[in-house]
Write a protein that binds this ligand. Structure first.
Ligand SMILES: C[S@@+](CC[C@H](N)C(=O)[O-])C[C@H]1O[C@@H](n2cnc3c(N)ncnc32)[C@H](O)[C@@H]1O
Length: 229
């Protein structure tokens, strides 16, 4: 871990340790070397449930998805211009948002369960990002928020029921001249359906990156940039 944790952050880590076995994993994105707090024994967390039998049993927030690593690279190549504010939705372990903080954005990390925000708090503190903010944002019950210059999200389009709420969030939370960056594995069948809907209100640009996952398989990540029409 790069920074000594304050007493306040140590309390948060203690709260996490009551429920999860955790450790810091190094993450290198371009010139940046970050430490990310992660769960170290998924079996314990799954508690006998088999995610291959019931996909809802898998705690999606727990994994740093490949798309989030690609989005982290995108953010590393896109430093903030002045005082830009950025929101990461469904951030989970929050690699892209933490990289954005390193690149000078005023970052808000979000997710919809308190313990996920605790992980984000500890990772932000461990890397010395003391100005990062944390918000519970449930897409199905979104709170009032100030507007952001950038909104980012990796692997957030996994259920159709989220499409209309997420579009409303994009519309309400994004500055008129703001930009949204989304990253998804091309195998996610739901993404084209979402983009068809999004095209009514947003201009959508597409690029692709191929990478190797931990198992050594080649996977392709789709990156979409959305701007208001
Ligand atoms: C597939 S994970 C992706 C996590 C992270 N963005 C990544 O790519 O590593 C989906 C994320 O969406 C969050 N999520 C699921 N349902 C949500 C909801 N209704 N509101 C907000 N976030 C939600 C989960 O907690 C999880 O962190």
């Amino acid at each position: 871990m790069s920074k000594e944790l304050s007493e306040k952050t140590q309390k948060v880590l203690k709260r996490i340790r009551k429920r999860f076995k955790v450790g810091f994993s190094p993450l290198k994105i371009q010139d940046l070397e970050l430490d990310i707090l992660q769960v170290t024994d998924l079996e314990h967390l799954l508690d006998g449930k088999d995610p291959f039998e019931d996909v809802t049993a898998f705690p999606f927030w727990v994994k740093l998805w490949e798309a989030s690593l690609v989005l982290a690279h995108v953010m590393a190549s896109m430093p903030a211009q002045g005082n830009q504010k950025l929101l990461e939705l469904g951030a989970g372990m929050a690699a892209p948002g933490l990289v954005a903080a390193a690149r000078g954005y005023g970052v808000t990390l979000s997710d919809y369960e308190p313990h996920i925000l605790d992980f984000q708090r500890v990772s932000a503190a461990a890397n010395g990002f003391d100005d990062v903010e944390f918000r519970m944002i449930d897409w199905l019950k979104p709170p009032e928020m100030p507007k952001f210059d950038r909104i980012i999200g990796a692997e957030i389009l996994f259920r159709e029921e989220f499409f209309a709420p997420l579009l409303a969030i994009f519309d309400n939370y994004l500055q008129d001249d703001g930009e949204i960056y989304l990253a998804h594995d091309v195998r996610r069948k739901s993404v084209p359906t979402f983009l068809d809907l999004a095209q009514k209100e947003f201009k959508v640009a597409v690029s692709k990156t191929t990478m190797q996952n931990e198992e050594g398989d080649k996977i392709t990540i789709l990156i979409n940039r959305l701007t208001k029409k």
